[in-house]
Design a binder for this molecule. Structure first.
Ligand SMILES: [Zn+2]
Length: 269
């Protein structure tokens, strides 16, 4: 009996020892793993980090393309072209534009200068940009510009101009509100939406007088465009004070910021 008891006690002790050894081995084996896991999750490029990076990349997918037209060009082109795909009437290909009454700066030079600054700002915000011209000495009609924009892949089209009417001052938007066979209805609706947002943000940034929005169905460059389009009259070159102000780099920065903010608002960024 004793022997038996002894043997059984011995075997129990053996079993306990074996159990302890197994348990200890398991703990020891698991330790480096858990250490390795916590170490890995703190390292850049680990699985967790990758997941975060992926979701950020999704949020920051490229923004749409914006087409910019610096209004006019060095030489006017009085040859005629159809101003509307649905009408027979014709207008000169490119009109001369105005000149700053105080600065003497021609509108074509000014619109290109602002266009380049706007392009830079939009690219900084993640958009891609299509420019209808990058030089002053070109010969591209308003209709040709619109047709090129249609092919460019741009989502919206912004046409830059300066106004001229005595001592009047302020900014206005000219948008097309007539729907026809050439342009889809929803695009026509978006002409107004785009104009509204740019006007609002431009006035906010520059504190210029808000002259409102004008429906214009006689603008060749807008009529031939198949994407949401607006034309901004950025200020009056015929008003000496406004002209002088518009030549300042610090003010141009506000103008550009205003237009870019309007683009952001339109797309919902
Ligand atoms: Zn103009």
């Amino acid at each position: 009996m004793d022997n038996t008891t002894n043997t059984s006690e011995k075997s129990t002790t053996k079993q306990r020892l074996t159990a302890i050894v197994i348990a200890l081995t398991m703990v020891l084996a698991a330790l480096p793993l858990s250490y390795a896991y916590s170490y890995a999750s703190e390292q850049p490029g680990s699985e967790q980090e990758k997941n975060v990076t992926d979701s950020n990349a999704e949020k920051e997918k490229p923004r749409p393309m914006v087409a910019i037209d610096p209004g006019h060009q060095k030489y006017l082109d009085s040859r005629l072209e159809r101003f509307d795909p649905n009408k027979k009437g014709k207008k000169p290909r490119i009109s001369g534009g105005c000149v700053g009454v105080a600065s003497g700066v021609p509108e074509y030079k000014y619109t290109l200068k602002i266009a380049k600054k706007l392009r830079k700002e939009l690219i900084k915000r993640g958009y891609s940009v299509y420019m209808t011209r990058k030089k002053n000495n070109v010969r591209i009609s308003n209709r040709q510009r619109a047709l090129r924009v249609n092919k460019s892949g741009a989502a919206i089209y912004i046409r830059l101009h300066c106004d001229s009417w005595g001592s009047a001052r302020g900014v206005s938007m000219q948008y097309k509100n007539k729907t026809n066979r050439y342009v889809k209805k929803r695009v026509t609706r978006k002409n107004k939406k785009l104009s509204k947002y740019i006007l609002k943000k431009y006035v906010k940034a520059t504190k210029m007088k808000n002259r409102g929005m004008f429906a214009r169905n006689d603008l060749t460059g807008s009529n031939w465009s198949k994407i949401p389009t607006t034309l901004i009259e950025m200020g009056f070159f015929s008003n000496a004070a406004e002209d002088r102000r518009m030549q300042k780099a610090s003010f141009q920065k506000k103008m550009v910021k205003g237009i870019a903010n309007g683009v952001d608002a339109y797309f919902g960024y």
